[in-house]
Design a protein around this ligand. Structure first.
Ligand code: FES
Length: 115
């Protein structure tokens, strides 16, 4: 299973960070509530979410303003849509992201994309 490790100190608070590895792009955020990781593709029109803003636990897409709750990835504008979560674990000062090779191709409808 592909994975990447990087220092948690590379995650500024309330900032969307794009992590790329083996043709996979992941948006990682760190807020006072914790860390979140999702496939870096907006379910609306596929803009990268890492260009968006993080405020009050919500990630706003730079494309057309859809907003996503970082707790579960659910879209607040169109609740049928969710971001595709990426598995992560913390190992001391490092974060490990890991994913299935086909994860970026999964549908982003909440009933299908969420586990
Ligand atoms: S592409 Fe994200 S809101 Fe349109």
């Amino acid at each position: 299973m592909p994975h990447i490790d990087f220092p948690i100190s590379d995650l500024p608070l309330d900032t969307a960070v794009r992590v790329e590895h083996e043709q996979m792009a992941i948006v990682v955020t760190r807020t006072t509530s914790g860390i979140s990781a999702f496939v870096d593709v907006c379910p609306h029109a596929a803009w990268p979410l890492s260009g968006g803003l993080v405020e009050n636990g919500v990630l706003s897409c730079d494309g057309h303003g859809w907003e996503f709750d970082l707790k579960d990835g659910r879209c607040q504008n169109a609740p049928a849509y969710c971001l595709t979560p990426v598995k992560f674990t913390t190992m001391g000062d490092f974060l490990r992201l890991e994913w299935e090779r086909n994860l970026a191709n999964k549908p982003s409808l909440c009933s299908i994309g969420q586990q």
